[in-house]
Write a protein that binds this ligand. Sequence first.
Ligand code: 2IT
Length: 447
Amino acid sequence: MSLDVSKFMENVVAKNPAEPEFHQAVEEVIKSLAPFVNANPKYLEQGLLERIVEPERVISFRVPWVDDNGQVQVNRGYRVQFNGAIGPYKGGLRFAPNVTQGTLKFLGFEQTFKNSLTGLPMGGGKGGADFNGIGKSDAEVMRFCQSFMSELYRHVGPDTDVPAGDIGVGAREIGFLFGQYKKLVNRYEGVLTGKGLTYGGSLGRTEATGYGVAYFTDHVLQKNGLGTFEGKTVTISGAGNVGCYLIEKINAMGGKVVTVADPFGYVYVPTGVTAEHLEFLKPLWAVYRRPIKDFATEYGFEYREGRRAWEVPCDVAIPTACQNELDGNDAKTLLANGVKAVVEAANMPSTKEAVDAFVDAKIPFGPGKAANAGGVAVSGMEMSQNSMRYNWTKEEVLDKLQGVMLGIHNTCVEHGTKEDGYINYVDGANIGGFVKVADAMLAQGIV
Ligand code: 2IT
């Protein structure tokens, strides 16, 4: 018995039509796994691979709400409970107009491996809605969240499925969702993570994804003989929660971040984003819902509308926004400009062509499911604290986070080092994340 990747993928594509992002995520994992499972044939038994690419459950539901003009709006909500072999389903909610079932299946699939890599007992899940929060009032967002949770509450719970935030779901949305859940079930329990500090949130959760990416990138640089962040120029493509704390930690490690961005364009900051800039940037979208252009205007930097940060020469590029935001041409530009390492802060931000270009050029490439796992890792710690009814200090949480990111890096090195010494972090993350989930599934029988 051996795994035929193209035949396997033909079946996946036929069974999941019109879900190109899901096909992309599965194909990358299956390609990484092929040599490993062929050498370890127990993983080809019990229909294991066929089961691991099939979500355990997909829930899709109507989300009706009334806007400020008294008009009825109808969105579609989802929760994809992808894999519960190693713990309750865990993963964020994304509210964005382009969200489809295929998007959330790709994200839920990725989350399964990411969560396994953290070493914490969390299965993989993802959810969200095709809701566009841009331009909506707080009251509209509240009514939407309440309607969304009025269905979701039946399917989630602290030992069943624990959602969190993702794109379009931040502190405000988590608060509204938690309030509605608590009202419906009449229990005060850790059903969501990323909660506010006054109602069960964890210190360090806000910083965790960005800081975690910085810790991971530091390991990548050092392990590959590239030094540290000291003196390095870095480009990123966001400026939200992940981007701001990523910049904060890169600055602390001696690097210089020369771009920030939003979906509409980027700002070039040749002297590097400073702590003062970050005080302006942190609430810019999260509190005031203002575009990145306003940052350029405020400080007199150049705003490049409709363009991507990858045209700016850098040592390290860290895509921070959304899936497939960095394509084969961007990769060529980055390589021509001498990029030394690429690490993903977002989920699958590099297209297949881009990943292949980086790996072919033998520069270290850290995939999102390894590099950005710090966010969900601290979500796992929030769950632990909620269960204990106790809070760790920020130092305790960030200490544990550093341990998790080092562990993930070591796992990638263990499973991704090739004969010529090149560390393929994609293979390392996919195989490393797979083993624990696969062993648990084999132990639990055909379920
Ligand atoms: O992509 C991700 O890992 C997240 N959006 C965070 C998930 C979580 O449960 O904290």
